[in-house]
Design a protein around this ligand. Structure first.
Ligand code: LLP
Length: 433
């Protein structure tokens, strides 16, 4: 009888990242080949995975007047933005830097929405000149500033007020944004006044309403709660004769890191649309701002084992990726799956803490992982498409990793590995004594 295939290690992202003939593939390319060619740490993205994630939103919103604005803070590498721009997406931006990146990637300015609590007057000016679609305004002070800037330019700024609906997204406190004590949005009970005020300002043109309650949300309930609260407001605002053209429900849908089963985007939208229809708002234009759910499971980070360091109470596996490449474990205690690129079935597994070379005890990528590995082996860190490269830093004077995009059996380098001289380009040698 032929012996059964050994089970493959756990790694989210199938079928775009999966084991075939005993090793990990990214679409039709062996990951080991990528590591050999481009070195490590290396981010590997699957174009088909991005398209599949986007298709789930497109299916969910089919037949509606809707715009998907990719929240580019999740991953703002130009080639990734180009994938979304070419698919017709808009962008949710939160800084002047993101605005320039989106435009550079070919974004249609009228499909850009500008969120964030601290837009500067310069950023507002540039965004108005570029002709963006909407400012999601987060405070009365910002309404005032935007009104003044728009009048200086002789234009009217298209605005939505970001409402804080005070619902619990049931996620990590650092990425929960829709509660009263978060810094985001205008409180639900002050929103009507904010709209009255905005309607009276000559530099502002109200076009919608916006909310975003948090990130890595894994159930439908918080979205439905937020929707109900926002619709109550829509009705109150429109009763005063202020028309709201669109409803922006933000982003936040979670992904699988370690067995989570968040609703698929199309299932989530089916539920939300049913509620919208039931309340008679089904024909309103809809905006969504997903980030993580469009790119998170479309990327892995490949790292090489430098040293195995068994100890009395802990065994450490020291790898060449670190908290500067993958900051989520250190920042949020986040779990990312870690799996061998070429699993060894000829040795027993050992329990390791997988750590990077950075000089901090907080520099860990995974704790207590059973792995059968040796120095020189490659490991894949799963669900690394979102909030990894875009949050990467140069700590310990480590250059940022390279990034490749795979499409079928084709591979493109979309970010070259940074050299050390890239890191001090803006610095000046000491000239004072
Ligand atoms: N819209 C607004 C206004 C946001 O603040 C965010 C994320 C999004 C959309 C996109 O949310 P998503 O669909 O990606 O959940 N660095 C954290 C996540 C921070 C999210 C911040 N805002 C992490 O690594 O978990």
């Amino acid at each position: 009888m032929p012996s059964a295939e050994p089970p493959s290690p756990y790694l989210p992202g199938a079928p775009f990242f999966q084991y075939r003939s005993g090793e990990l593939w990214a679409e039709d390319v062996p990951v080991a080949e990528l590591a050999r060619t481009y070195g490590t740490p290396l981010f590997v993205y699957s174009a088909a995975a991005v398209r599949a994630a986007l298709a789930a939103y497109q299916r969910g919103l089919a037949g509606r007047d809707a715009l998907i604005c990719y929240a580019m803070k999740a991953n703002s590498t130009l080639a990734i933005l180009q994938l979304f721009a070419r698919a017709g997406c808009g962008f949710d931006i939160v800084s002047g830097g993101e605005l320039e990146r989106a435009l550079r990637a070919g974004a249609a300015p009228e499909r850009i929405v500008f969120s964030g609590v601290g837009k500067t007057r310069d950023e507002m000016r540039r965004a108005l000149q570029a002709g963006i679609g909407c400012f999601n305004v987060e405070s009365m002070a910002e309404l005032n500033a935007l009104d003044a800037v728009a009048r200086e330019l002789g234009v009217r700024a298209p605005v939505s007020v970001r409402v804080n609906p005070d619902v619990d997204a049931q996620t990590h406190p650092y990425i929960s944004t829709g509660l009263k004590d978060n810094k985001f949005g205008i409180a639900h009970d002050q929103a009507l006044d904010a709209y009255r005020y905005a309607a009276s300002r000559p530099g502002l043109h109200i076009i919608g309403i916006d909310c975003h309650i948090g990130s890595q949300i894994t159930s439908t309930g918080p979205y439905l709660d937020a929707l109900e609260r926002v619709l109550d407001l829509v009705e109150a605002i429109e009763a005063e004769g202020i028309a709201l053209h669109h409803l922006d429900l933000g982003g936040g849908l979670g992904i699988e890191y370690h067995g989570e089963q968040p609703p698929a985007a199309d299932a989530l939208w089916q539920a939300l649309l049913a509620r919208l229809d039931a309340r008679g708002h089904g024909r309103r234009r809809l905006l969504v701002e997903p980030g993580r759910s469009l790119i998170g499971n479309a990327g892995i980070c490949v790292t090489q084992v430098l040293y195995a360091k068994p100890g009395a109470t802990k065994n450490f596996l020291i790898v060449d990726a670190a908290m500067n490449d993958l900051p989520r474990p250190a920042m949020y205690d986040a779990y990312h799956a870690i799996a061998p690129v070429q699993p060894r079935h000829d040795q027993p597994s050992t329990v390791w803490d997988v750590v990077g070379p950075v000089c901090e005890s907080g520099d860990w990528l995974g704790r207590e992982r059973a792995l059968a590995v040796q120095a020189g082996d490659w490991l894949a860190v799963g669900s690394a498409g979102a909030y990894c490269m875009s949050m990467a830093s140069h700590y310990n004077t480590r250059g940022k990793a390279a990034e490749v995009l795979v499409s079928g059996d084709r591979v493109q380098l979309i970010r070259a590995r940074e050299s050390v001289s890239d890191l001090w380009r803006q610095e000046r040698a000491l000239a004072l004594d």
